[in-house]
Design a protein around this ligand. Structure first.
Ligand SMILES: O=C(O)c1ccccc1N[C@@H]1O[C@H](COP(=O)(O)O)[C@@H](O)[C@H]1O
Length: 215
């Protein structure tokens, strides 16, 4: 099976189209005001309409309240919700029920204990996404989308259910990341940007090509 690719943090029609044309399997829209990739409900609904039926639509939230989740479900109509904050397993179950959508739970990884923590979500999340825990030296880091990688060796050789890999992936390193971790799905934001929040069409194409030709 070829690796699936999610391009996250899209905010313009041109970059959504470029991701779709290049073969993205999932496209992500970020609902987090502190992110340079934040979109409004209206923007996300318009962008999602371009992608519907061509790729799965993912809406990314960080410790979102019920009102935002209900609005996203009604107005954007995503295929999946990505929970990228400090949501507990109980909250993930609530999000799945409230939105009637499968939930991807992001787990921020620095060491083995973080990988083990994913087990707590096995019955409530449809998919686990392993992302890097931002180092303290990064200062005012976001909960994700920092372009920082973790030690892929932590996932090497493990027998685990299907998962997504994120964190500091680029067109140059994604093939090696897939080789080491065996990730069936990869997710990128910063690595296909020319500046924070500005997606680069050439980098999107290169990333998808590199991921799809890996293995
Ligand atoms: O992209 C963002 O701005 C973002 C904000 C808050 C939480 C998560 C965010 N993005 C996700 O973070 C990972 C890693 O991204 P990167 O490639 O290292 O920049 C990925 O799952 C994004 O979807």
């Amino acid at each position: 099976m070829p690796v699936e690719v999610k391009i996250c943090g899209l905010s313009t029609p041109e970059t959504v189209d470029a991701a779709l044309d290049a073969g993205a399997d999932l496209v992500g829209f970020v609902f987090f005001p502190k992110s340079p990739r934040n979109v409004t409900l209206e923007q996300a609904a318009t962008l999602a309409a371009r992608a519907r039926g061509k790729a799965r639509i993912v809406t990314l939230v960080v410790d979102a309240d019920d009102a935002l989740l209900e609005a996203i479900a009604a107005e954007v109509r995503p295929d999946l919700i990505q929970a990228h904050g400090s949501e507990t397993p109980e909250r993930i179950a609530q999000i799945a029920q409230l939105t009637a959508k499968p939930v991807i739970k992001a787990i921020r990884v620095k060491d083995d204990a973080d990988i083990d923590a994913a087990a707590d979500y096995s019955t409530v999340a449809s998919l686990i996404l392993y992302d890097a825990k931002a180092p303290e030296t990064l200062g005012n880091a976001l909960p994700g989308g920092n372009g920082h990688a973790f030690d892929w060796g932590l996932l090497e050789g493990g027998k685990r259910p299907a998962f997504m890999l994120a964190g500091g992936l680029t067109p140059e390193n994604v093939a090696e990341a897939i080789r080491v971790t065996g990730a069936p799905v990869v997710d990128v934001s910063s690595g296909v940007e020319s500046a924070p929040g500005i997606k680069d069409i050439d980098l999107i194409r290169k990333f998808i090509e590199a991921a799809k030709s890996a293995r």
